[in-house]
Ligand binder design. Structure first.
Ligand code: PAF
Length: 309
């Protein structure tokens, strides 16, 4: 029936709920799909951008908190679901955002709001090419998860912030989305949250990738946390974030503890020999530091190590 329902109206008639379409079937894409499914406010699907042909997949999610295995079916129907969506959430890697935006732009309903939930800094600019600014939102999450094909393993739920890229308002469908996520929070200061998350990723991701360890391991080395944070705090300040280095350090430690058994996305990328988001995390911080004349020997060194790995 879903296969036949090629337009928005038909899908609404079938499900009676707004349709959330998640683009990207990585850990955060699959975890977000599962969290929306649990809350039940959306009919949810995700698109695995690595699959060219339409096909239906079954995915499962294992929650470490409850120890329960959830199973759910989701369709992979790229064009029809993009057209039918009442909400699009892009969760691909930062370096894929430009391509995804080119791919979905012809199919997107002009009224559909789009949320970009990616690690790092820089890809946000690409979003402006997709649709009118008052439909565009950014999200930042400290949820941790890993996945194997269509099995996602929840490894600690944090807060997910959602806010406007520029002038968008908090509409009903955005409220539903925020309400569906554990500790979901709407904020007009979403750039502050993105920069805080950048600080977290600038420590946890490179260190766990180089040391090939889980997130909690970095807590054994407070010195490296302090060195990175001390170096990047003035860069983040120039970008508009006024947090002290102490509070950023506490934030890194909290996320590392909350997602302690998780292998970070960058550790996973290096482990499996995939392209990593290093240029959107340390790379962008080094670039900005150069512009502002700030010296960053510690992150330069980590960046070079990762580039050589
Ligand atoms: O990139 C990641 O893995 C995640 O952003 C985080 C929060 C560091 C948890 O592993």
């Amino acid at each position: 029936n879903i296969r036949k329902a090629n337009n928005r109206a038909d899908l609404k008639k079938l499900h009676g709920k707004p349709v959330a379409c998640i683009i990207g079937a990585g850990s955060i894409g699959q975890l977000t799909a599962e969290l929306l499914r649990r809350k039940g406010l959306f009919k949810t699907c995700f698109i695995d951008t690595r699959i060219k042909k339409e096909k239906r997949v079954t995915c499962s999610c294992e929650s470490i908190n409850s120890g329960t295995t959830y199973r759910c079916s989701k369709g992979v129907y790229p064009e029809s679901f993009v057209k039918a969506a009442d909400l699009i959430i892009i969760t691909v890697k930062a370096f894929s955002v430009a391509k995804i935006i080119r791919d979905i732009a012809p199919h997107l309903n002009r009224k559909t709001p789009v949320i970009l939930m990616v690690n790092g800094f820089g890809a946000q600019e690409e979003l402006k090419k997709l649709t009118h600014e008052n439909r565009l939102y950014l999200a930042s999450t400290s949820n941790g998860a890993t996945h194997k094909k269509y099995s996602v393993f929840e490894k600690g739920l944090g807060t997910t912030y959602v806010g406007p890229l520029k002038h968008a308002k908090e509409t009903e469908v955005i409220r539903y989305f925020v309400k569906s996520l554990p500790s979901g929070t709407y904020t007009d200061a979403i750039y502050d949250e993105l920069l805080r998350k950048l600080a977290v990723n600038a420590v946890i991701n490179p260190v766990t990738a180089i040391r090939n360890c889980v997130n909690a391991e970095i807590l054994r080395d407070p010195e490296i946390i302090k060195n990175i944070i001390t170096e990047i705090t003035p860069v983040l300040r120039k970008l508009g974030l006024n947090d002290s280095s102490e509070s950023l350090q506490r934030r890194v430690e909290t996320v590392a503890a909350n997602t302690g058994t998780n292998y970070s996305s960058m550790q996973q990328d290096y482990y499996y020999g995939r392209l990593s988001e290093i240029d959107y995390i340390l790379g962008i911080l080094i670039k900005k530091a150069k512009i502002y004349g700030i010296k960053t020997p510690c992150i330069d060194n980590l960046y070079q190590k990762l580039k050589n790995m």
